[in-house]
Write a protein that binds this ligand. Structure first.
Ligand code: PGA
Length: 250
């Protein structure tokens, strides 16, 4: 089965609305007509409107970096799914390791956020991955299995149709260290197996599993040529339009 790759930019807490508009002005002409892969930019919440306006009518989609699990309510500082879809945001990153590490996100909140994202027709990119101590202790598979099982809990295959997963070994994020294509492929197979248990074989075969962690223009080709890797979630390498273009066009 061929899976269209998803190349997603995670800008984290970088760029103002003005800088967002400037990025798109440079980036869009460079990727115009590129239809081999799906391209998504995930800027900070405050930049989403500028991004959607700039990307209108182009081959680039816009995603958020987080979402709240409730429809609405007394949740100071949070953003609801309907607020995102109201401004034509189509994708959302869920459970990024920085959110798990600094903002107390758990497998349970990831599950709740995944559920509401799917209910609202968003394409969720659920992040999983082990920290260095877990890899060194031989626990990578256990961690991935646990994160996947809990994230998928109570969600049906029909509902999960748009799901994408990003395997991001935490030790590779922002460190310049990447997993080798083989290490990523091994992890992706564990994730695909968990998806098969939760959603069935056919679903698992079609599931896109992205790799993230220090993806740069000079390692993108090797990573994206691995059959198990169905795209990339790119942090630092996505902030410059020329750099991200080279990754998209690996
Ligand atoms: P990085 O970040 O590409 O800067 O390592 C990836 C991510 O955190 O999604």
């Amino acid at each position: 089965m061929t899976r269209k790759k998803l190349i997603a930019a995670n800008w984290k807490m970088y760029k103002t609305p003005e800088q967002t508009t400037a990025f798109f002005a440079e980036f869009l002409p460079m990727v115009a007509g590129h239809s081999r892969d799906e391209i998504v930019i995930c800027p900070p919440f405050l930049d989403l409107h500028a991004a959607v306006e700039a990307a209108r009518g182009s081959n680039v989609a816009v995603g958020a970096q987080n979402i709240h699990w409730a429809k609405e309510g007394a949740f100071t500082g949070e953003i609801s799914p309907a607020m995102l879809t109201a401004i034509q945001v189509t994708h959302v990153i869920i459970g990024h390791s920085e959110r798990r590490q600094y903002f107390n996100e758990t497998d349970d909140t990831v599950n709740r956020k995944l559920e509401i994202a799917l209910e609202n027709g968003l394409t969720p990119i659920v992040c999983v991955g082990e920290v260095l101590e877990e890899r060194e202790a031989g626990l990578t598979e256990d961690v991935l299995r646990r994160q996947c099982t809990r994230a998928f809990n109570g969600i049906s295959a029909r509902k999960a149709a748009k799901l994408a997963i990003a395997y991001e070994p935490v030790w590779a994020i922002g460190t310049g260290k990447t997993a080798t294509p083989q290490m990523a492929a091994d992890a992706h197979m564990v994730i695909r197996h968990e998806a098969e248990k939760a959603f069935g074989k056919e679903f698992a075969q079609g599931l896109r599993i992205l790799y993230g962690g220090s993806v740069k223009p000079d390692n993108a080709t090797a990573l994206m040529s691995e059959g198990e890797i169905d795209g990339a979630l790119v942090g630092g390498g996505s902030l410059d339009p020329a750099s991200f273009t080279r990754i998209v066009k690996y």
